[in-house]
Design a protein around this ligand. Structure first.
Ligand code: ADP
Length: 520
């Protein structure tokens, strides 16, 4: 659909108006015209104001075309005005152009056909002009709203224009106040650098900028060189990157701090390792000393003890008649004490041996190990008339056979020993087999152990009774724990004073295969 063209036609001559309308309507079929021939008509039209174009004569009875032009441009600066006159001269034309006249055409018969072209050109120019104006307004709005600073500078590094965000970056309110601060941005150098280079299109740099109030911020700038009317200008954007820089610096500090700490820890660890190596060395020496001490003890102490025992026995047998009961009693005490000393040395040697010997893992059928332990204890069992009940099919575990038999001996002999006088010892042995662990239980009807002492009794020389009441060395349970732990297991006890005790040991369950202690 052809767009309507609304024109304001001001001419005193009816014929001229008709001619104009005739010419134009051929090209603009939807032409709407308001024809004016007096001042009142003109002021009414001015009020209504809805026109796309005004065509006015210069010479009017009631005014001049120049006044018409000025009134119109005052009120509607964008309304295109064409002067169409037979009386005008060049000065008038110049004067009119200065006041914003869009075009001028002479009222000559041969000029009429040009009127259409002039109108078209004026309308098109007006449209382009209005579009450009709109674009500029839009661009300006965008620049004003943008949080990134936009600037334009000349070869001298002077600011030509910028948006509010750029001023904010500098901490100023106007362009003139920005000029002294702008030197910090190195714009002149960057302009020169881009102008010199034939390849580089864009340049990016970071600077630390001191704002008007002396606050220091980090700015990232990015600029290109653009040609405007034969002059090159530096167009750029500037961004406040202070938070990013601060985060980077904090990260760097953290990294350095971490590095320091790692170095410090590494040094400490090395020191500790050296210390550990030294301790291990010392420990090895101590262990060697201990072994040496143990063998010395066995030789040096066992030998005199044997001699004391031997001679005491000799005196008792050879001089039996001459000895008074008191002397006999003394010698018997010497003998029993020597026996106790010998047992102590034996137990201690056994204990120290457990710390250092290899305990290779074997498959052990607990039925077999328990039977062997009971066989070793059969004299004691008989003497005490102890009743021992072993459940069928005990578990199969992993451990060192001899050590485990010794451990079971220790537990069973304690179970028989620590009963109240006159009570027949009753011991029950059973096991629980699980996928990974198996437990052996040794339960007695003895005197029981108070809760507080239950962990302590597994330490060396920890005894809860005097030697007179229940003789012993206090090394048995310590050896039990040491042996079991060396075999990768655990020991423990559940007990109530007066209600018996239930000692347990736990060892890894053996995978299915034959080995030492196999009952089959
Ligand atoms: P010893 O039997 O030579 O005294 P142990 O190391 O075997 O040394 O045991 C340490 C202590 O733990 C014993 O002196 C005793 O007080 C207590 N004890 C061990 N087994 C039992 C038990 N079955 N019933 C009650 N007390 C026990």
């Amino acid at each position: 659909m052809t767009q309507t063209l609304r024109i304001l036609l001001i001419d005193d001559s009816l014929d001229d108006r008709a001619l104009v309308l005739h010419v134009l309507s051929r090209e603009f079929p939807n032409l709407q015209a308001v024809e004016i021939e007096n001042a009142q008509g003109f002021s009414e039209a001015m009020e209504a104001g809805e026109f796309d174009l005004c065509i006015t004569d210069y010479q009017l009875r009631w005014t001049t075309g120049l006044d018409i032009l000025r009134s119109l441009k005052d009120r509607y600066p964008d309304l295109p005005v064409i002067m169409f006159t037979g009386t005008g001269n060049e000065e008038i034309a110049v004067e009119a152009m200065k006041s914003g006249l869009d075009d001028y055409i002479l009222k000559r018969p041969n000029r009429y056909p040009y009127l259409v072209t002039v109108v078209q050109v004026v309308l098109e120019r007006n449209l382009t002009h209005r579009c450009a104006k709109l674009l500029e307004i839009r661009l300006q709005n965008l620049l004003n709203q943008l949080h990134v600073g936009i600037f334009q500078a000349n070869a001298a590094g002077e600011l030509l224009e910028c948006n509010p965000a750029f001023l904010k970056l500098l901490g100023v309110e106007s362009l003139d106040r920005a000029q002294p601060l702008i030197q910090q941005l190195d714009l002149q150098d960057k302009y020169a650098e881009l102008a010199r280079s034939s390849t580089q299109q864009r340049i990016e740099w970071e600077i630390q900028l001191q704002q008007l109030n002396r606050t220091r911020i980090w700015v990232l700038l990015n600029a290109t060189l653009n040609q405007i009317d034969r002059v090159k200008v530096l167009d750029g954007i500037a961004e406040d990157i202070t938070p990013r820089k601060e985060a980077e610096a904090a990260l760097q500090r953290m990294y350095e701090d971490l590095e320091d700490r790692v170095q410090e820890r590494t040094a400490q660890l090395e020191e500790a390792n050296q210390g550990l190596a030294l301790s291990n060395q010392r420990l090895a020496i101590v262990n060697e000393d201990l072994e040496e001490f143990a063998s010395t003890v066995s030789h040096d102490l066992q030998a005199p003890l044997r001699i004391i025992q031997g001679y005491s026995q000799l005196v008792l047998s050879d001089y039996a008649q001459e000895l008074s009961p008191t002397v006999r009693g003394y010698i018997e005490r010497i003998l029993s004490n020597a026996e106790r000393g010998r047992a102590l040395i034996h137990d201690l040697l056994n204990y120290t041996r457990l710390s250092r010997v290899e305990l290779p893992a074997q498959h052990i059928h607990l039925d077999v190990a328990v039977a062997e332990a009971l066989d070793e204890l059969k004299e004691t069992i008989q003497q005490q008339q102890a009743q021992i009940q072993v459940e069928d099919s005990l578990a199969v575990v992993q451990g060192e056979y001899r050590t485990l038999v010794q451990i079971i001996c220790n537990l069973v002999s304690n179970a028989i020993k620590f009963v109240s006088p006159g009570i027949q010892p009753r011991v029950r042995i059973w096991s629980e087999q699980h996928d990974r662990w198996s437990r052996l239980w040794v339960e007695d009807n003895g005197i029981g152990i108070i809760q507080d002492a239950q962990a302590r009794i597994f330490g060396v020389f920890e005894r809860l009774h005097s030697d007179n009441t229940y003789p012993g060395t206090g090394v048995g349970l310590a050896s039990v724990r040491k042996g079991i732990e060396r075999m990768g297991g655990q020991v423990g006890v559940e007990s109530q004073p007066g209600e018996g005790s239930r000692f347990w040991l736990e060892l890894p369950t053996a995978p299915l295969e034959n080995g030492p202690g196999n009952s089959n």
